[in-house]
Design a protein around this ligand. Sequence first.
Ligand code: BG6
Length: 261
Amino acid sequence: MHWQPIGAESVLFLSPRSDFAPGKPIRGGIPVIFPWFGPRTANALSARTDGPAHGFARTEDWTVAFAALAGDDLHLTLTLAPNEASRALGFGDFQLALEFILGGELRLRLSVANTGTTPFAFEEALHTYLRVGDATQISISGFLNTEYLDKTDHLARKLQTEDPIRLTSETDRPYLNTAATISLTDPALHRSLTVAKANSQTTVLWNPWSTKSATMPDMTPEAWLHMCCIETANAADNRITLAPQQAHTMEAHIIIAPLDS
Ligand code: BG6
């Protein structure tokens, strides 16, 4: 929910109206999206479409498996195993581990293991809510010539032709087949944020703008101005299928730099 290196402004957005209640996702920080992204859709391994938006991992209680300081960095590992709720949704053969290294930079590694005897298909995202000074002033680069699904236009497939991107309305785009590093320039907070990644082929760019955020009870009227999600993911065309007893690790790395004056 929060990461603020010494001498820096807070990096993650957290809505002042976020719910903090069992079963409700937190509106901010870095919710962990697993095992499906958005609404559950049928796939080659399962015809089921039931379950909460963005999967169950973000509303489950995780276990703190490791926590220690290494110099100035905090190393933290959280784990999630199947439970009654996940089994009821058809997910009984996985293990998740989320490692954080929190310091002057932020590193996240999400590992998924298939502990079963059949292939396991899933989607995943580190749904990173970056805090920005003014979303109407930021510019985002790294998506040029990348194909995306426009969720504000019936999932139409489009090609990114402008760079950098300036937000001017609701923006909801899984960019596909991209391992690119994204940089967000934030003149109001006088900094840039860089999101680099590994073993991730999807990056989601999301800002609900005033229009959608007016329909979201866990946002204040102005909160959308202070967030921009850049989500390290494997979703849609980039869904992962793991063979039995195999694991997959996705990494995100966030770096802050001051803007040249
Ligand atoms: C984004 C999706 O990742 O998350 C959007 O692309 C969605 O479509 C947003 O609206 C927030 O989802 P939720 O379930 O947290 O309201």
